[in-house]
Design a protein around this ligand. Structure first.
Ligand SMILES: [Ca+2]
Ligand SMILES: [Ca+2]
Ligand SMILES: [Ca+2]
Ligand SMILES: [Ca+2]
Length: 277
């Protein structure tokens, strides 16, 4: 009898300990293994006429056009960015040594997005590409004209076949979607709201460095051809393919386990200012 009481007591104590050390409003940390950069688009990381700061490694995304910083009530986690579908995008400035124009043996793109309207053409929510060469493309995109959305890969003269390898319907409008694309050098997985929606193979191997740029809300060469009309929040990029379990875990993430301190951010802004002198 004594032993049985003890066997209940230990798990209860354990749960109590978890409850005490994890208050309900604590940040749910995104996976950091393989994380390269993370744009929360929260207000303390954005200067909307200038740039949006990556809270993990200090890259900055240069603001093109006039996107809006949107109040948290209309976003997924904290504030987010609204693109007008005309000329708004965020182009990521690489670092030295490079974090973007480098070899990618594997990659994951992850974000929350809410599309407001379609425009009868291709549009890129996130794009790592080497425009205008166009020999390497990694993009979460949708295509109103052909009624598709998915994760498109072009590398090593291999490419996603859009008519077979993507979801053959328009991206849903007016609702927040958690989208993740993973590529491990061969397998391409596309997750919608934490579930594997479709998968295919592009046996192109690594995405090799050389001209790679990262753009949020359009393709990287700034011609506005693929500009999206809608909201983007919580964009993360990894240098490995997240697993299905990790995708589900990240869907619940609200930040990093160790939140960036004001000190960290001020250091980052100071570095940016120094670089611009
Ligand atoms: Ca605009
Ligand atoms: Ca946010
Ligand atoms: Ca359509
Ligand atoms: Ca377009």
């Amino acid at each position: 009898m004594q032993n049985r009481k003890l066997s209940y007591a230990i798990p209860i104590l354990f749960l109590l300990l978890i409850a005490l050390t994890h208050p309900a409003d604590a940040v749910v940390g995104a996976i950091e293994d393989g994380l390269v950069a993370y744009w929360s688009f929260d207000k303390d990381t954005v200067r909307i006429a200038e740039q949006a700061e990556d809270i993990f490694s200090g890259l900055s995304a240069m603001v093109k056009g006039d996107p809006e910083l949107v109040p948290a009530a209309d976003c997924k986690v904290g504030e987010c960015i609204l693109f007008d579908g005309v000329d708004d995008n965020l182009l990521v400035e690489d670092s030295n040594p490079p974090k973007i124009d480098r070899d990618w043996d594997e990659i994951t793109l992850e974000c929350w997005v809410k599309i407001n309207a379609l425009d009868d053409s291709w549009n890129r929510i996130i794009s790592l590409d080497d425009q205008p060469t166009n020999s390497k493309v990694v993009t979460l995109y949708y295509d109103d004209d052909d009624n598709r959305h998915g994760f498109f890969i072009k590398v090593g003269n291999q490419a996603t076949q859009a008519a077979q390898h993507l979801i053959q319907e328009d991206i849903p409008l007016g609702e927040w979607l958690h989208l993740v694309g993973t590529y491990d050098g061969s397998a391409v997985n596309y997750y919608v709201n934490g579930k594997l929606a479709i998968k295919h193979t592009v046996a192109g191997g690594k995405i090799a460095k050389g001209g790679l740029k990262l753009c949020i809300g359009d393709r990287s060469d700034g011609v506005n051809a693929d500009a999206i009309q809608g909201y983007v929040d919580e964009f993360r990029i990894y240098d490995r393919a997240l697993t299905a379990g990790e995708v589900q875990k990240n869907m619940k993430a609200t930040g990093l386990d160790v939140s960036p301190t004001s000190n960290h951010l001020s250091v980052t802004w100071a570095q940016i200012k120094a670089r611009r002198k």
